[in-house]
Structure formats: C-alpha cells, structure tokens
Design a protein around this ligand. Structure first.
Ligand code: AVI
Length: 299
C-alpha cells in the first residue's frame, strides 16, 4: 500500500480485494442481475458438464485456482467419474476453509485438501492422501484470468501447463461484447460493486492503519475498447491527505487509485494465448449471446 500511495499512477493489485468482507461482497456481485458472467458460466457448466467430464476422464486430481465459495466445481464434481481429490486454492483462508468444509460434507468420499495460498506465486500442492499418479486437471472459472495483465496471464498459464502436464485446464473466459453490457455489469444499480471497490480502503484502514475516508472516493469503472478491458478506479473526490504509519500522502481532486483491470477476450485470441503458454486448445463452449466461454486446454 505504501508503494501504491507513493508511485504515480497509483495502482493496487486486485488480489487485495479478497479479505473475508471482500469475498462476501464478491459473492453478492455474482448474484446481481447486471453481472452476467457467473450465471452464464454456471449455465454452460450445467449444460455441458457431461462433455467436460468425458474430456477430464476418471479418477482425476482436481485443482481449483481461486476457489472462493467453490460453487461452480459442484456442477463438475457431480458429473466426474470417481474424482480422487479436490484441492481448492484461495488467498482468502477463512472463506476457503468454510467452503471446503461444506463441500466435504456433501462429498464424503472425496479427499478435499484446501490450500490457502496466492496462486500467482510459486506454491506446492499438498501430498495426496491416497495413491499418487492421478491425472491432474485444473479448474479456473469466473474469468479471473482477465484480472491479470497480459504478461501475468501468460506466466500463470505457463506454470499451470507445467503443473497439469498430461492432464488439462478448464478455464472460464469473459468475451468482448457490447460495451453497454460490460458497463452495467461493473456499475450495478444496487452499488455492490462500488462497495467491493471501496472495501479495499476499509481493509487498508483495518490491517495497515491508514486513515482513508471511503466516502471521499468515488467508484469509477469503464470499458477501454483499445485494451479490451474494464478498468476499475477509486477517484479522490477532493484534495486530501492520507496517512500511513504517520507518513502523509497527498491525493489531488480527481486523482485515482487504479484497483482492477478485467480483460475481455475473443475466443480465437484466448486460444492463441493458451497455445503460446504450451497448451493444446480443445473444445470451447459459449452461450447463445456469445457473452462467455469455457475452454478445455490440453496440457
Ligand atoms: C473475479 N473477477 C473475475 C471479477 C471480474 O469481473 O473481473 C471481479 C469483479 N470486479 C468487479 N466485479 C467483479
């Protein structure tokens, strides 16, 4: 945060959104009428889980990147043939362990081994409880891949291709579309996305002792067509001074903290990126409106 306040333009990595309050707000975003990605992807998973399960094969070792509430994996798990193990990875430990406990209750025969980690950094998978050597399959839903910069997405996919060698990755990818649909999805009428954005400041106040007044920052999200991405910012409503450990940082009126990018892809553009990372792109499932896609990538 010190660096974010000291450097210009001010940037904060979106992974810091996900403390317990931020994860709960994100769950509410997923239910909003304007936020189409979650329900579109859930419908795709529901409709095509059988085809996906056939590609994944029996007795898979499933790793989910950024599992959150682990809702989507339930659709896949119920279609899979005797999955051996499920390793949900998430940065928000509290949220992750609650979700893992609920999943374990509903799938008593499955080895659920949650891993609280930042999957953008190197990590080691827990040793399997049962026999080793199962086909490893990654699940990365929600178009979280879009929150990475291009180079970070490529690095993540390269590491995933190595981790999943011999198996594959099932990944949800949000598509380029009418900007008005995108704009509405990140500027919901109920203001939940605004609260999610401002929660970063609330979190910094609790955890780092900054003295942000969240009401003095406006939520600002817009589609940047040249870069095919939604940008999310917090705009300083007036000239103000924020303190971190006694050190003052001056923000001018209109100056922004850039809190998130959410890149959108074309189907072909994403397949090119996956190939560049070492995957062999396979089948792709899209909804009728071409809003969202789920890709099977062979590792
Ligand atoms: C988690 N991620 C894919 C969401 C997105 O759409 O980029 C985060 C989000 N930010 C605002 N609304 C949702």
């Amino acid at each position: 945060m010190r660096l974010a306040l000291a450097e210009r333009p001010h940037r904060i990595a979106p992974k810091f959104f996900y403390d317990a309050a931020g994860s709960a707000l994100f769950d509410r975003i997923c239910e909003l009428p304007e936020y189409y990605p979650t329900r579109t992807e859930l419908a795709l998973l529901g409709r095509h889980a059988g085809e996906m399960a056939a590609l994944i094969g029996p007795q898979a070792d499933v790793v989910e990147f950024g599992a959150g509430s682990a809702t989507k994996i339930r659709l896949l798990l119920s279609a899979l043939d005797r999955p051996r193990r499920f390793v949900p990875i998430d940065i928000s430990a509290e949220h992750l362990h609650a979700a893992a406990r609920a999943l374990q209750r509903d799938h008593p025969g499955l080895a659920v081994q949650p891993l609280a980690a930042d999957f953008t950094k190197p990590f080691t998978l827990p040793a399997p409880a049962g026999p080793a050597g199962a086909r490893r399959v990654g699940f990365f839903p929600g178009s979280s891949i879009g929150n990475f910069a291009h180079g970070e997405a490529l690095t993540f996919l390269r590491q995933a291709a190595m981790l999943l060698r011999g198996g594959g990755l099932l990944v949800g990818v949000d598509l380029v579309k009418d900007p008005s649909v995108l704009h509405a999805a990140y500027n919901d009428a109920a203001g939940v996305t605004a609260a999610f954005n401002r929660n970063l400041l609330v979190r910094a106040n609790h955890e780092l002792g900054t003295d942000f007044d969240p009401a003095q920052f406006a939520h600002y999200a817009f589609y940047e067509p040249r870069l095919q991405r939604i940008e999310m910012h917090l705009v300083s409503r007036r000239a103000q001074t924020v303190r971190l450990a006694g050190e003052p940082f001056v923000l001018a009126e209109g100056e922004t903290l850039h809190t998130e990018n959410s890149h959108k892809f074309t189907v072909d553009g994403f397949r090119r990126l996956a190939r560049q990372a070492g995957f062999e792109p396979g089948p792709v499932w899209c909804d009728e409106r071409q809003h969202f896609s789920v890709h099977w990538l062979q590792a």
